[in-house]
Design a protein around this ligand. Structure first.
Ligand code: G
Ligand code: G
Ligand code: NA
Ligand code: MN
Length: 253
C-alpha cells in the first residue's frame, strides 16, 4: 500500500522517466527506431520496471503511467527530430487494458498533435500472449490504430501460441522474436529452427521482423544469415537515458 501511494505520487512528481533502447538495422548500419522502457527515479535510486510495473498493473496505475509514456515518447520524438532528423518511431509497451479503452486512439492523436509529430512516430508493442488473451477487445483497436498510421509490433513473439489464421487477418506491421530463442541461437538447433520459421512466416505475411535480446556477435551473425537484419540488445546498447542515447549515436553511427 505504501509502494502504491508512492507510485501514485511518482507520476505527479515527474519521477518516472523513459529510457530508450535503439533498434539497429545491421545491414544498413543505422538506428531505425527505439523502444521506450520505463524507470522510476526514486530519490537517488533508479527502480527497474520489474519492481513497479506488476503493481501498476494490479492497481490500475498502469493506465495513467502508459498514457504518460505515450505523451513523453511523442515529445522525445519531436526533440530527436529537431536535434538529428529522427524520423523513425519510438515504440511504447502497452498492456491489454490500454487497448481495451475506446479512447486510446484519441489519446494518441492528442499526444502526437501536441508535439507536431506524425502518428507513425509512435509504435505500440503488445505481447503475443496479451494479444491472444483478449482478441475480441484488442482487434477493433488494432484496426483503428492502423487506420491512423500507428504501427503495431507483436512482442515476445513465438511464446504465445498465436493462431496463424488470426495473424493473417490482423493489421500488424512487425513481429519481435522473443529473447529466449535469440539466447539459444548457435547453442541449440531448436532455437534456430524456431527463428527460421518465424522469419519465413513474417516474410510470407509481409511483416517486418526484429530480434530482441541480442548479446553476442555470434547471435547477430546467425540472425543475419537467417534473414533478420533488424536487432535490439546489449550487444549494441542497453536502454539509455535520452541524452545518453544521443551521445551514443554521435559516437557510433
Ligand atoms: O526495461 P527492462 O529493463 O527491465 O523492463 C523489464 C520489464 O518491464 C519488461 O518486461 C518490459 O516490457 C516492462 N516494461 C518496461 N517499460 C515498460 C512500459 O513502459 N510499459 C509496460 N507496460 N511495461 C514496461
Ligand atoms: O520484451 P520486453 O519489452 O520485456 O523487453 C524489454 C526488456 O529487455 C528490458 O528489461 C530490457 O532491459 C531487456 N533487454 C534489452 N536488451 C537485452 C539483452 O540484450 N539481453 C537481455 N537479457 N535483456 C535485454
Ligand atoms: Na517490449
Ligand atoms: Mn519483448
Amino acid at each position: 500500500l505504501e509502494l502504491e501511494s508512492a507510485l501514485h505520487k511518482a507520476i505527479e512528481r515527474n519521477e518516472i522517466v523513459l529510457h530508450y533502447q535503439p533498434k539497429i538495422d545491421v545491414r544498413a548500419a543505422r538506428m531505425v527506431g527505439a523502444e521506450a522502457l520505463m524507470r522510476w527515479q526514486r530519490g537517488d535510486k533508479l527502480v527497474p520496471p520489474g519492481d513497479f510495473i506488476p503493481l501498476a498493473e494490479e492497481t490500475g496505475l498502469i493506465v495513467p503511467l502508459s498514457e504518460w509514456a505515450l505523451r513523453e515518447a511523442a515529445r522525445q520524438a519531436k526533440v530527436w527530430q529537431l536535434n538529428f532528423g529522427f524520423s523513425d518511431a519510438i515504440a511504447v509497451n502497452l498492456p491489454n487494458r490500454l487497448f481495451e479503452r475506446s479512447d486510446l486512439v484519441e489519446h494518441i492523436h492528442q499526444c502526437v498533435s501536441a508535439y507536431g509529430v506524425p502518428h507513425r512516430a509512435i509504435q505500440l508493442e503488445i505481447t503475443e500472449t496479451g494479444l491472444m488473451k483478449d482478441l475480441q477487445n484488442v482487434i477493433p483497436a488494432l484496426h483503428r490504430l492502423n487506420e491512423v498510421g500507428v504501427e503495431i509490433s507483436i512482442d515476445d513473439f513465438g511464446t504465445g501460441y498465436s493462431s496463424l489464421a488470426y495473424l493473417t487477418t490482423l493489421p500488424i506491421s512487425e513481429v519481435k522474436i522473443d529473447r529466449s530463442f535469440v539466447r539459444d541461437l548457435g547453442i541449440t538447433p531448436q532455437s534456430s529452427a524456431v527463428v527460421t520459421a518465424i522469419i519465413a512466416l513474417a516474410r510470407s505475411l509481409g511483416l517486418r521482423v526484429i530480434a530482441e535480446g541480442v548479446e553476442t556477435l555470434r547471435q547477430m551473425e546467425v540472425l543475419h544469415r537467417l534473414g533478420c537484419s533488424v536487432m535490439q540488445g546489449f550487444l549494441f546498447s542497453r536502454p539509455l537515458a535520452a541524452d545518453d542515447l544521443e551521445r551514443w549515436l554521435a559516437q557510433t553511427v
